[in-house]
Design a protein around this ligand. Sequence first.
Ligand SMILES: [Zn+2]
Length: 121
Amino acid sequence: MPKKTTDAIVVHCIDFRLQEYLNHWLLENIGPGNYDRVSLAGGVFDLEAIFKQVEISERLHEIKKVVFINHEDCGAYGEAGTKERHEADLRAAREKIRKYYSHIDIELHYLSLAGEFEGVL
Ligand SMILES: [Zn+2]
């Protein structure tokens, strides 16, 4: 029987400039082939859309962890995309997931254009 569950869902932006960093970081930190992956412009920008994906991932794959990654200079945010705004949106996303799935761990990261991952508390 093929495996039916996985550890995590990862959500990040579509931006081509970051994909190499994301691939490398995910391999190091989540492992190969061990997560559901959502690539959507703005990362958690469209929280309703993201929430639906988490819902499906949880239902089908019994995930234990959610990883949200927003990034510097995100075109989906435009001028409004300050670091503070990204952090606020990431925290709001965490609150929403927590409300519905209290058993799931949630990790937040802010990714710079230079490829540095910074945890958001
Ligand atoms: Zn972006």
